[in-house]
Design a protein around this ligand. Structure first.
Ligand code: PLP
Length: 401
């Protein structure tokens, strides 16, 4: 596959999989090991403890499952719910749509709450559903924290507030695939019952670990949930946790060492600094989009995402052509528009192991592509807007102070 080679680094700006730090790549370059030796359980113990910090939970139980975000979804659902259970789920873009498809195929009874793509979950509808559910027929609320297809971040604190206002016992299941470890996410404070993410997103690892963290209430629910589950059954993990050996089946040794290195880097930078870095990357991107005279797919500021920006292109331009050009001419990988917004947007992913100067390279590339496809952009306009903001706001690198 020589034809994919290009000089320099690929500018990887899809919203996952993201750039892997060199330290993590090096940590994974190792032989296999006997996972039943004392070394792997000892390593696993530190990983489980540290993953809880990323999710901001002290009471949650983490499961590191060899899977992707989609498997983590399935794990969250099948361990806590029974076929026929009523759940409320919000479709705001392609990933929330896919999760709902999975929920329906698993035979849950889904109240689908739709929003226009580019808007957040309609929490007024949630409120009215809870208000009229004094019999507590709703067993779970499923919500994607950050919809990667449109760059919309939902307000989870508000969801918790609404549940509490009605003293409703529904479980709160959250997809944090493109938020956790990049956006402000507080599992315990927001009363999230199951939170999930995938290793290839903000944790900046290869794909292959589905992170599923269950609250005590979710663990309790798993004892009576009747959904068929085998590979994803939490009880298999819990049995091995009790024995102190941790793994019901073979883990990827390399990914575990990679995760250790990734967590070390995260703690060295500091989770709060990481969240602030993403806020800067998001803001700088939005300033560039504005300077180009283009629109953000996200309709209101309250939903702006600091991990991905979906940029709306004029009707005479095909968003997919922008992505093709980026790859073919500039060694820049941008995200395609998906489903309803296919061709209408292109996406800039700004999450994970990424710094501000890398982003400026991407923005410069986007400007040239826009010119290539006939959009009258002033070269440098977005970069100028973004760098003017960044120059005033980038702090010293935490580990170099
Ligand atoms: N949820 C969100 C918000 C996503 O962005 C994705 C993938 O991009 C998924 C779920 C599915 O994850 P995976 O592709 O790892 O199965």
């Amino acid at each position: 596959m020589d034809y994919v080679n290009a000089p320099g680094r690929n500018h990887l700006f899809v919203p996952g999989p993201v750039n892997i730090p060199d330290q993590v790549i090096r940590a994974m370059s190792r032989n296999n090991e006997d996972y039943r030796s004392p070394a792997i359980p000892a390593l696993t113990k530190t990983l489980l403890e540290d993953v809880k910090k990323i999710f901001k939970t002290t009471t949650g139980t983490p499961f590191l499952i060899p899977t992707t975000g989609t498997g983590a979804w399935e794990s969250a659902l099948t361990n806590t719910l029974s076929p026929g259970d009523r759940i409320v789920s919000f479709v705001i873009g392609q990933f929330s749509l896919l999760w709902i498809d999975q929920q329906q195929r698993l035979k849950f009874n889904v109240d689908v709450v739709e929003s226009e793509w580019g808007r957040g979950a309609d929490l007024d509808v949630l409120e009215s559903k809870l208000a009229s559910d004094s019999a507590h027929t709703i067993k779970a609320i499923c919500i994607v924290h950050n919809e990667t297809a449109t760059g919309v971040t939902n307000n989870l604190a508000k969801v918790r507030q609404i549940l509490d206002a009605y003293q409703h016992p529904a479980l709160l299941l959250v997809d944090g695939v493109s938020s956790i470890c990049a956006l402000d996410f507080r599992m315990d404070e927001w009363g999230v019952d199951v939170a999930i993410t995938g290793s290839q997103k903000a944790l900046s690892l290869p794909t292959g670990i589905g992170f599923v963290v269950a609250s005590p209430k979710a663990i309790e629910a798993s004892k009576s949930a009747k959904s068929l589950r085998v590979f994803f059954d939490w009880s298999d993990y819990l049995k091995f946790y009790k024995m102190g050996t941790y793994w019901p089946y073979t883990p990827s040794i390399q990914l575990l060492y990679g995760l250790r290195a990734a967590l070390d880097l995260i703690f060295e930078e500091g989770l709060e600094n990481i969240i602030e870095r993403h806020a800067r990357l998001g803001k700088a991107t939005r300033l560039a989009v504005e300077a180009w005279g283009l629109k953000n797919c996200t309709q209101e500021e309250e939903w702006f995402s600091d991990t991905v920006t979906a940029v709306v292109v004029p009707p005479y331009i095909d968003g997919a052509e922008i992505v093709r050009r980026g790859w073919k001419r500039y060694n820049l990988s941008l995200g395609l528009g998906l489903n309803k917004v296919a061709g209408k947007v292109f996406r800039i992913g700004h999450l994970g192991n990424l710094n501000e100067l890398q982003l400026l390279g991407c923005l410069a590339g986007v400007e040239m592509i826009l010119k290539d496809v006939g959009y009258p952009v002033k070269l440098g306009s977005g970069v100028a807007a973004a760098s003017a903001y960044l120059q005033n706001n980038i702090p010293l690198i935490p580990s170099r102070i």
